[in-house]
Design a protein around this ligand. Structure first.
Ligand code: ADP
Ligand code: MG
Length: 290
């Protein structure tokens, strides 16, 4: 199983579109694909039809797995040949991992301070043990289903917080794709992302994180875009990665496909579909060579 996450703390840069399009292309090539939507905005889940009501808290989601300990198998929806998804949940907006002690846990020992002490000691031990701790929870859950998939792709929210940290530890080898615009602010975003990655790696030296590449999206063929593309080539090299050679042009076909809940395969994609296909080939080549 190859684990791939689409990350960039800037919103609107094409993470969800790239995740959705690449996952469909891989499934159409016969690869067994699972998409995990970790963005509380639920854009990908909605565009695929896995979420119809943003406030449906009954249907299993990635929140049920992380916050309610639902076994991950029970959160998976099959939406087509080779294509499964775990939907997102807007309660992820305020989720920051398990609280260390809940009030009800402490109250249960109201008349038993010695019992409370030993309960707390045991729980602290559990919270720092990688086989049981909270920050590795998604990784332990994914391990149970990894053998069924060729690819697990994660869409993430525009943030460098809890979701990113969780994703960066979700598999022994985590591969990242960074969709970005050809503009100056992307340099800063890439540098900040790299800093977050280094922080995680400093805490866990066995964690492997590869930035597969930076994917330029909504690319316009003008001198300014070319200028920033050159600058981003340098920034990417400075953090040990490179730009994908393929760029995704700006095209109205993308918001149209999103609005009508179609993917880009239903004939309207044209040039952009060709570019995504080239990106898919480049992605496969890069992932085979890591
Ligand atoms: N290549 C493109 N050309 C034009 N619009 C695009 C393109 N890629 C994405 N969009 C649109 O830009 C918006 C943000 O894209 P999205 O993939 O949701 O970004 P993110 O997940 O990074 O927030 C959406 O409305 C989407 O339809
Ligand atoms: Mg998104």
């Amino acid at each position: 199983m190859n684990f791939v996450a689409f990350v960039n703390q800037k919103g609107g840069v094409g993470k969800t579109t790239a995740c959705r399009t690449l996952s469909s292309m891989l499934a159409k090539k016969g690869k067994k694909v699972l998409v995990i939507d970790l963005d509380p905005q639920q854009t990908l889940s909605i565009s695929i039809g896995a979420v119809n009501d943003r406030f449906d808290y009954e249907t299993p989601s990635i929140y049920s797995v992380l916050a309610e300990d639902l076994p991950i198998e029970q959160s998976i929806f099959t939406t087509g040949d080779n294509y499964d998804i775990i939907r997102s949940d807007n309660r992820l907006y305020s989720y920051n991992g398990e609280g260390i002690f809940r009030v009800d846990e402490v109250l249960a020992f109201a008349d038993d301070p010695i019992g409370l002490h030993s309960y707390m000691m045991n729980k602290c031990k559990r919270l720092t043990d990688p086989s049981t701790d909270d920050k590795h929870k998604l990784r332990r859950q994914i391990k149970r289903i990894a053998e069924y998939y060729d690819f697990i792709l994660c869409d993430t929210n525009p943030d460098l917080g809890w979701v990113l940290t969780t994703v960066l530890m979700s598999a022994p080898v985590v591969n990242l794709i960074v969709p970005a615009f050809a503009e100056d602010s992307s340099r800063e975003a890439i540098i900040a992302l790299d800093r977050s990655i280094k922080t995680i790696m400093a805490h866990d030296l066995s964690q492997k994180i590869n930035i597969l590449g930076v994917l330029l999206t909504k690319y316009e063929n003008n001198n300014l875009s070319k200028f920033y593309r050159e600058a981003l080539i340098e920034t990417s090299e400075a953090i040990g990665t490179s730009l994908f050679n393929t760029v995704i042009p700006k095209s109205v076909a993308v918001p149209e496909a999103m609005a009508f809940k179609n993917d880009l395969f239903d004939g309207r994609g044209g040039t952009i579909l060709n570019q995504y296909q080239k990106f898919c080939d480049e992605f496969l080549e890069r992932i085979e060579n890591i």
